[in-house]
Design a protein around this ligand. Structure first.
Ligand code: AMP
Ligand code: FES
Ligand code: ZN
Length: 298
């Protein structure tokens, strides 16, 4: 690891990785041993490694898999689920929640996106909206204290670059390792936000975690992937720059660079699903299905 000026053998790498995760959890005050954590697992290396580490560290961590119905049959979603089932065969006492979007809402994510976007553009924004809604719903319904995702440093830095390029100060104010709980919104944490993607991949490999190698088919050609490529070139030229970019941003954020934007927008419960929304009327998720609040006859 050139950026850390550190080289470790397999045994000490596993130890280092777990210690670093614990340190991040404490540093950002993400959760404690008494908290019930819901880990959003996609079947990829990041979320499965996160779940593995949290269980090894003795946290109460259950999983949530959202079947998005991508590429039916034995396509991306079905293969992802297979990897999670394999993960669970070695950990039979662990609990997994599964949300099947097709069974729940009658269409797959690509179908919803095609209908909503009239065939133009990728389904990723609709997919993100559905995932966020469902993660929050399950966390709330089952009374979890915190929702954890597997976002790594490469993910965070790509989002950061995009937000900076477009000066999305509102988004910058909300980009953090921890998002505090608010009325109806679960606390959200990203314990792997300081790990390079390669570091997580190395952990999964050494620990023998079987994960889905392929990315979602819609990632190809995305702007995020392009930004990741640019950042890889920067990192190759100057090791440590991704980490420095991210940590300097967090410091500036903590020092109040976005304090004005940090003022919380007012939220109110969606009249259809009850989840918080900043817009009047049904939330963006319910509007996907043109859901209207039930009208009263009185
Ligand atoms: P992505 O948006 O695909 O980069 O994924 C970021 C994080 O979201 C992953 O590390 C998981 O924690 C979570 N996630 C992504 N897809 C799913 C899914 N289908 N079910 C549950 N969690 C997911
Ligand atoms: Fe949602 Fe790719 S994972 S569109
Ligand atoms: Zn709603």
């Amino acid at each position: 690891m050139r950026h850390h000026k550190l080289a470790l053998c397999e045994e000490h790498y596993l130890e280092w990785f777990q210690n670093q995760t614990e340190r991040a959890i404490r540093k950002y005050r993400m959760f404690g041993r008494d908290d019930r954590v819901l880990v959003a697992v996609s079947g990829g290396k990041d979320s499965l490694s996160l779940w593995d580490v949290l269980l090894r560290l003795g946290y109460q961590a259950d999983g949530l898999y959202i079947n998005l119905g991508i590429d039916g049959g034995l396509g991306y979603s079905a293969l992802s689920f297979q990897k999670i089932e394999t993960f669970l065969t070695d950990r039979p006492e662990t609990r997994l929640h599964v949300v099947d979007v097709v069974a729940e809402y009658g269409e797959s994510v690509p179908q919803t996106a095609r209908r909503k976007l009239r065939g133009r553009g990728k389904p990723c924004s609709v997919c993100g909206l559905i995932k966020r809604h469902e993660m929050n719903r399950i966390a709330q319904e089952h009374g979890y204290d915190v929702l954890a995702t597997g976002h790594n440093l490469d993910d965070e830095v790509a989002v950061l670059l995009s937000n900076v390029l477009h000066w999305q100060v509102g988004y910058l104010a909300r980009q953090a390792p921890v998002l505090q709980e608010r009325e109806g919104l679960a606390r959200k944490v990203k314990p792997f936000c300081r790990f390079y993607e390669r570091e997580v991949a190395a952990y999964a490999l050494i620990q023998g975690i079987d994960y889905i190698y392929d990315e979602c088919p819609y990632v190809e050609g995305s702007t995020t992937l392009f930004y990741k490529g640019l950042l890889n070139r920067l990192e190759a030229n100057s090791p440590g720059s991704k980490l420095q970019f991210y940590l300097s941003f967090l410091r500036a954020r903590k020092d109040g660079l976005f304090s004005e934007q940090m003022e919380q927008v007012e939220l109110h419960p969606c009249p259809v699903c009850g989840q918080p929304t900043s817009v009047p009327g049904p939330c963006a998720f319910c509007r996907l299905w043109n859901q209207q609040p039930a009208t009263s006859n009185q």
